[in-house]
Design a protein around this ligand. Structure first.
Ligand code: AMP
Ligand code: ZN
Length: 437
C-alpha cells in the first residue's frame, strides 16, 4: 500500500530509528569544519544522543552560519565524494550552497518518489515537470524522484505555455509539478485557449515552493481539472520531498525517518506543544555529505494534532503561514527587500525613498516597486525617463530574478514613515492559510 514500509512504522520504532540516525549524523558532522569545532567545544559526540529529543542538546544552525561557511565549510567528506550542488535563490550577498554525494542524491530521490506515490502517481504514469531547472531544486529534485518512481518524465522546465500544452496533450501526461503562481497563470491560459477542465488527461499536480492558500489550491484544482497537492521543501534540507500531502489533502506528512522536525518559539527557541504555530527547525538524518543539525528554516507552521486517515504515522505540518524574516516569495523566487534596496541605491538617478507593493491579480501575487527619482530626471523628457525605467526594471530583474512592475514617482511623493521606514506594503489577502476543509 505504501511506497516504503517505513511510512507506516510505529511511533516507538520511528523514535528508535531517529535516535540511531541522529547519532550517525552527529558522528558524520564531527568531520565538518563548522560542526567539528562546535561539537568539540561543547564536548558533544554521538554517545550523548539517546532519544530524538536529545537533539535539543545541540545549538541551532542559522542561515548566517551557512553563509559564513560558504562555499564549503559544512562538508563532511572529501571533495571528490560530491556529485551535485544546488544554490539557494537570490543573487546578492553571500548565497548558500548545498552539496550532495551520490548517496544523498539517491536518498533524496527516494523521498521524492515516496511523496509522488502518496498522492497517487504510479510507475508507468507520464509526469511533466513544469518548474524551472538549474540551481533551483524543484527541477532536478522532482525529476529524479519521478524517474525513481518509474514515471516517463518530461523535463519541460518553466514557462512557454503553448509548448507545455502541446507536451501535455502529445504524451498524455498524468501528473505535473508546477509552482502555484504559474499554475494559476496556466489555468487562465487554458481558459483563453478554450480548453475546459477535464479536456486533459492529467489528474495530479504537485504544487509548492511558495506560500499559497487553501483557496488558491481549490482555484487551481477547478481551473486545471485535477487534484493539487501541497509540496514543501527547502534547499538546505535537499529541496522538495521534505513534507508532502497524501491523498487525504489534510496537511503535509514530514518524513520523520529522514528528518527530525521541531516547532519552536521563534523568540525563545523553546519547544512548543503540538498544535501551536512556531518556527520549523529541522535536522537531517540521512545525509552523508552535508548534514545540518537543528537548522532554523524561518518558516512558520504547526504540527496538526491527531492521526491521518491514510494510516501514515509521520506527523503532518500545516500550511506555511509566514516567515520570521522579511523574505518574500514571488513567482517562486525568494526576494529579500534589501536586495531591491541595494539594486536601487546603486543608481544615482534614484532618490533614497522607495516602496515595495505586494498585491494580488487573478489570484496571483504581484510585485510593484515605486521609486522616487531625482528632480532633474523627473523633469527631463519622456525618452530619458523611459530609458531609466527600462534600466531599473532590468537591474531589478537581474537581482531578484523576477520582473517587477516599476513606477517612477516624484521625489517626496511617497509619504515618509513616522518611525522606522516601511518599505513593504503587503496588500495580499492571506486569510485562509490553514489546511483542510
Ligand atoms: P528554496 O530553498 O529557494 O527552494 O526556498 C525554500 C522556501 O520556500 C521555504 O523555506 C519556504 O519559505 C518556501 N516554500 C517551499 N515550499 C513551500 C510550500 N509548499 N508552501 C509555502 N512555502 C513554501
Ligand atoms: Zn496522510
Amino acid at each position: 500500500m505504501f511506497y516504503d514500509a517505513v511510512e507506516g512504522i510505529s511511533r516507538d520504532s520511528l523514535a528508535a530509528l531517529q535516535t540511531e540516525r541522529l547519532r550517525r549524523s552527529v558522528a558524520t558532522c564531527l568531520a565538518s569544519p563548522f560542526y567539528g569545532k562546535r561539537l568539540r567545544a561543547l564536548g558533544l559526540g554521538p554517545e550523548n544522543f539517546n532519544s530524538p529529543d536529545d537533539v535539543r542538546k545541540l545549538p541551532f544552525t542559522v542561515k548566517d552560519d551557512l553563509r559564513a561557511g560558504y562555499p564549503d565549510g559544512f562538508l563532511c567528506q572529501p571533495r571528490d565524494a560530491f556529485i551535485r550542488l544546488h544554490v539557494s535563490s537570490g543573487t546578492t550577498g553571500a548565497p548558500t550552497a548545498v552539496y550532495y554525494t551520490a548517496n544523498d542524491v539517491d536518498s533524496w530521490s527516494h523521498l521524492v518518489a515516496r511523496c509522488m506515490h502518496a498522492v497517487g502517481l504510479r510507475r508507468g504514469d507520464v509526469f511533466q515537470n513544469m518548474s524551472g531547472y538549474g540551481l533551483f531544486t524543484g527541477g532536478l529534485g522532482i525529476h529524479y524522484g519521478a524517474e525513481r518512481l518509474g514515471c516517463l518524465t518530461v523535463p519541460a522546465g518553466a514557462g512557454n505555455s503553448k509548448r507545455q500544452l502541446k507536451l501535455l496533450r502529445d504524451f498524455g501526461v498524468d501528473g505535473v509539478h508546477i509552482i502555484p503562481s504559474y499554475a494559476l497563470h496556466f489555468g487562465h491560459f487554458l481558459q483563453q485557449e478554450g480548453i475546459e477542465p477535464g479536456d486533459l488527461k492529467w489528474r495530479f499536480a504537485l504544487i509548492g515552493a511558495e506560500p499559497h492558500t487553501e483557496r488558491a489550491r481549490r482555484r487551481i484544482e477547478e481551473l486545471l481539472g485535477l487534484k493539487a497537492f501541497n509540496s514543501y521543501g527547502l534547499t538546505e534540507m535537499n529541496g522538495p520531498g521534505v513534507a508532502f500531502e497524501c491523498a487525504a489533502q489534510a496537511g503535509m506528512h514530514v518524513w520523520e525517518d529522514a528528518y527530525i522536525a521541531e516547532i519552536v518559539d521563534p523568540v525563545s527557541g523553546e519547544a512548543l506543544p503540538d498544535g501551536e504555530v512556531g518556527e520549523l527547525v529541522m535536522t537531517t538524518l540521512c545525509r552523508d555529505g552535508m548534514p545540518l543539525l537543528r537548522y532554523r528554516t524561518r518558516d512558520l507552521t504547526r504540527f496538526i494534532p491527531g492521526e491521518c486517515a491514510c494510516g501514515r504515522t509521520h506527523r503532518r505540518l500545516d500550511r506555511i503561514t509566514g516567515r520570521t524574516d522579511d523574505m518574500i516569495i514571488i513567482k517562486g523566487c525568494n526576494v529579500f527587500p534589501m536586495q531591491i534596496e541595494q539594486a536601487l541605491m546603486a543608481m544615482p538617478e534614484v532618490a533614497p525613498n522607495y516602496l515595495i507593493e505586494l498585491y494580488q491579480e487573478n489570484d496571483m501575487d504581484q510585485i510593484r516597486v515605486k521609486v522616487e527619482i531625482q528632480d532633474e530626471v523627473f523633469a527631463a523628457d519622456d525618452r530619458t525617463r523611459a530609458a531609466l525605467h527600462k534600466r531599473l526594471v532590468a537591474r531589478l530583474r537581474d537581482e531578484i530574478l523576477v520582473t517587477p512592475a516599476v513606477e517612477l514617482v516624484r521625489r517626496g511623493s511617497i509619504p515618509p514613515a513616522e518611525g522606522k521606514a516601511v518599505r513593504v506594503d503587503d496588500r495580499r489577502v492571506h486569510e485562509d492559510c490553514r489546511s483542510g476543509a
